[in-house]
Design a protein around this ligand. Sequence first.
Ligand code: NDP
Ligand code: GUE
Length: 269
Amino acid sequence: MKESIGKVPGLAVILVGQRRDSLTYVRNKIKACEEAGIKSVVAEFPDSCAEEDIMTSLSKFNEDPSVHGILVQLPLPEHLDEEKILNLVSLEKDVDGFHPINMGNLSMRGREPLFVPCTPKGCLELLLRSGVEIVGKKAVVIGRSNIVGLPIALLLQRHHATVTIVHACTKNPERITCEADIVVTAAGVPSLIRSSWLKPGAVVIDVGTCPVEDPSAEYGYRLVGDVCYEEALSIASAVTPVPGGVGPMTIAMLLCNTLDSAKRLYGFT
Ligand SMILES: NC(=O)C1=CN([C@@H]2O[C@H](COP(=O)(O)OP(=O)(O)OC[C@H]3O[C@@H](n4cnc5c(N)ncnc54)[C@H](OP(=O)(O)O)[C@@H]3O)[C@@H](O)[C@H]2O)C=CC1
Ligand SMILES: Nc1nc(=O)c2c([nH]1)NC[C@@H]1CN(c3ccc(C(=O)N[C@@H](CCC(=O)O)C(=O)O)cc3)C=[N+]21
């Protein structure tokens, strides 16, 4: 343990409802904060809560000098206006990088977002630290959601890959993926990616985490990715596993963003 200088990074999480997966992810994030010496607080709301209650809690976190990162766990229940709630998160504490100004800056050339979303940042970190060449390579991203697919595609493009996005309306997606040097898949469809979808030597990042019933597993379910792992390994040069791949990287990048935010707000950088 390093000597403390009395300034501790702080993360606030807003959790609405009792979704089993959300509870697990938030628990994992809090545990990781504890291990890293980041102070965390979770504001829990029932499924039926009023939008104003969340807005009030968010405003308090925005003003609280001991909070440097704010995360609204998604998805929110149907009756809540996700856009309105995410817009209220202070830009300077948006460690998830979901604020439209952060997303806008990520998408524009010559601009830098304050925060890059955690899962996309984790995927990039995996590629860079594994020495995978990105410049000029063909990358295919499967999925175009605001929180995963789209920002991953933007990030790969910023790193000079030639990027194609495949989604649920794409015809014959395997004809597109099988030309890719890098495939990042975030569809949430178990066993979507077979070996026939891949070019020999491709690098495959599996973001998908789909819970499937398994009575013998600890919580009655286990997580599976989008990729037929064993099959993909036989043709690809590298494949990330699920669990134990992108998920833990997402959490690591959340800690990283929270620390960066604390340094900036304390005036260290
Ligand atoms: N490991 C981690 O840290 C994280 C994992 N995840 C996981 O990643 C997955 C995606 O999450 P998220 O982006 O929020 O999910 P969404 O459901 O919001 O988006 C899924 C995307 O995949 C596309 N898609 C769905 N089916 C197909 C298909 N058969 N072929 C091609 N594209 C398809 C959809 O296309 P269209 O737009 O046309 O509907 C959509 O763009 C989930 O399994 C989620 O649990 C998410 C966040 C973090
Ligand atoms: N505002 C917001 N930010 C998010 O970053 C966010 C979100 N909402 N909503 C849901 C998705 C999903 N997500 C995951 C985080 C960790 C694992 C993770 O750690 N997975 C472990 C296993 C987890 C387990 O034990 O079940 C693994 O893949 O090895 C997975 C998925 C973050 N998301």
